[in-house]
Design a binder for this molecule. Structure first.
Ligand SMILES: Nc1ncnc2c1ncn2[C@@H]1O[C@H](COP(=O)(O)OP(=O)(O)OP(=O)(O)O)[C@@H](O)[C@H]1O
Length: 251
């Protein structure tokens, strides 16, 4: 098991943001987490990457307890996070953003003497091909389309070579075509990485949910199952799919 979570709980000012009894993820599994606003989805990923400290619980990554470790220690263990907010440097080229991601992976001391070698160049190009940015490497990141910026963000996580990728709403604000491409990219990446994706766009969820979908509501796990099981579950319809915030357009 790549990830095992037990009795994970956190409250903010008396409000239970997350109260997750159990969660497991296999190696190279692609899990989609859905649920209404405020269900605790981002809080869950924040805990997994060390950004938020839970009140109690256990998180084992490859049997290693991660709670109490810093964000950097967790990233070095192999858990990579893509946040919803863009974090690329808009005035640098796509190539330099990717180079910087590789520099960050090294220790600060080593990065002082970090020079792009042929090996690094090849690695950046490989990842750029994977995310469909190989023709944009010289472009200034700020000039990329919204979708391309998101792919650059994903490339930056891939360059860290994580075993587990945590991805927050990758398709938000994308065109239909970009969304579909992003789905194909995630399915391809799931051949090599365990991935947890948070998403609201149900058409996109249907495209990528080759494994299980987990539904969180008010911090708790409501249902876990295949896409069609979850899609037709009356409790999921009542608490989430029947509501306004979910994107059911063309679905
Ligand atoms: N740092 C924080 N301080 C206080 N409250 C927080 C904090 N982070 C999250 N919360 C609260 O915890 C609950 C869960 O929020 P969270 O962002 O995890 O939900 P979500 O399922 O990701 O929602 P969305 O789909 O809107 O992104 C909400 O009530 C939110 O207001």
């Amino acid at each position: 098991m790549l990830l095992t979570v037990n009795e994970l709980s956190v409250s903010f000012g008396g409000v239970h943001a997350l109260d997750l009894s159990h969660f497991e993820l296999n190696d190279k599994e692609l899990r989609v987490i859905i649920g209404p606003n405020g269900a605790g989805k981002s809080t869950f990923l924040d805990i997994l990457c060390g950004k938020t400290k839970p009140d109690s619980g256990q998180v084992l990554y490859n049997d290693i307890p991660v709670l109490g470790k810093t964000e950097v220690e967790i990233a070095n263990l192999g858990i990579g996070r893509k946040f919803q907010k863009p974090s690329v440097f808009p005035s640098l080229t796509v190539f330099d953003n990717m180079l910087l991601a590789l520099k960050m992976k090294k220790s600060i001391f080593a990065s002082l003497f970090f020079k792009p070698t042929e090996e690094i160049d090849v690695r950046i190009r490989q990842v750029a091909v994977k995310v469909g940015l190989d023709k944009e490497l010289k472009k200034i990141a700020g000039e990329l389309s919204h979708g391309q910026k998101q792919w650059l963000e994903i490339a930056i996580v891939v360059l860290q070579d994580p075993k587990l990728m945590l991805i927050d709403e990758p398709a938000a604000g994308m065109s239909d075509e970009e969304t579909e491409k992003t789905g194909e990219l995630l399915l391809e990446l799931s051949k090599h990485h365990g991935i947890i994706v948070i998403e609201h766009d149900m058409k996109f969820v249907e495209q990528i949910a080759k494994d299980l979908v987990t539904v969180l509501v008010r911090g708790k796990l409501l249902v876990e199952g295949s896409f069609s099981q979850v899609r037709n579950d009356q409790r999921v319809i009542d608490s989430y799919l029947g509501r306004a915030n979910v994107q059911l357009e063309n679905f």
